[in-house]
Design a protein around this ligand. Structure first.
Ligand SMILES: [Zn+2]
Ligand SMILES: [Zn+2]
Length: 284
């Protein structure tokens, strides 16, 4: 079972990734939520090139990734769930919930700590919001995230199949909840009880720091509601709101070389614990 999971992991993940990306791209053409500000060719070329860079760096940096470590932990009896007697379906559900909570908390941390915000703000510096925005993460953020995920897997000892499911679902929901698609409002209202929708996550990409520092969930919407970081809609409405952050607002900033250099450029303003961010009215 474990060997099968490892052997087919790359193929399953690539197929689902390409399938969901193509589906979202078509949906964005058929029913867009907002008018595009930036020609698609600039953003798509650079955002997709970044995915290739991230994938290569990740594979070269880590001898083992999350699913591989979960298989190893199962074999060797590492981690909480490999040492207590629970039905496998309970272990799968608990693992997926706790992995999602860990990703939520990690996302809050990347917004709260100035040095980490320098890395994560590249995700927010995209000037339009569509499926490829969901792929836009600095390689150093990807490495730190993987380190945290490996630590969670080692401590928790989740079933390998739960980790694979979690990663596949997270990849798919990240493409979905960044998509520039116009879900009927009643559908959005019901759907966001169970999953982060594009309208919910778009608030997180608002230029207004109060909205940037809200709606941290990538997958399940419950953590934001339980822990008080939920904002239902942007103050200026989805069509009127500005996407991005204060810094990096030219088309040149959307190029791959500029994205990679962004952590080192300018001050780390606008993070969640920034004592200055409340002083100036972001509406001005
Ligand atoms: Zn964020
Ligand atoms: Zn996002």
């Amino acid at each position: 079972m474990s060997e099968t999971i490892l052997a087919t992991e790359a193929t399953i993940r690539l197929a689902i990734f390409l399938g969901v990306l193509a589906a979202m791209a078509l949906w964005e053409v058929a029913a867009p939520r907002r008018r595009r500000e930036i020609p698609r060719v600039i953003r798509w070329t650079n955002n997709l090139a970044l995915v290739v860079v991230d994938t290569v760096i990740l594979r070269l940096s880590f001898p083992i990734l999350a699913v591989g470590l979960a298989v190893m932990a199962e074999d060797r009896g590492w981690g909480l769930l490999n040492n207590i007697d629970v039905p496998v379906w309970v272990a799968i559900i608990v693992s997926m919930l706790l992995l999602d909570l860990a990703i939520y908390l990690q996302h809050v941390m990347f917004h709260a700590v100035p040095g980490l915000w320098r890395l994560h703000r590249m995700h927010h510096a995209d000037l339009d919001f569509d499926a490829t925005t969901g792929l836009r993460f600095h390689p150093v953020e990807i490495l730190i995230s993987m380190g945290i995920k490996l630590a969670v897997v080692a401590a928790l000892g989740p079933p390998a199949v739960a980790v694979l499911l979690f990663e596949v679902v997270l990849n798919a929901t990240a493409l979905f909840n960044h998509a520039n698609i116009d879900l009927p409002r009643p559908v959005d209202r019901v759907l966001r009880l169970f999953v982060v929708t594009p309208d919910m996550h778009r608030v997180h990409h608002s230029k207004d720091p109060r909205e940037t520092n809200s709606n941290y969930g990538f997958n399940l919407p419950w953590w934001d509601r339980l822990l008080g970081t939920y904002i239902a809609q942007p103050a200026k409405g989805h069509e009127g709101m500005e996407i991005g952050i204060e810094q990096f607002r030219t088309q040149r900033d959307l190029w791959l070389d500029q994205m990679l250099a962004q952590p080192l450029r300018g001050p780390a303003s606008g993070y969640a614990l920034d004592p200055n961010s409340g002083l100036k009215d972001p509406a001005e």
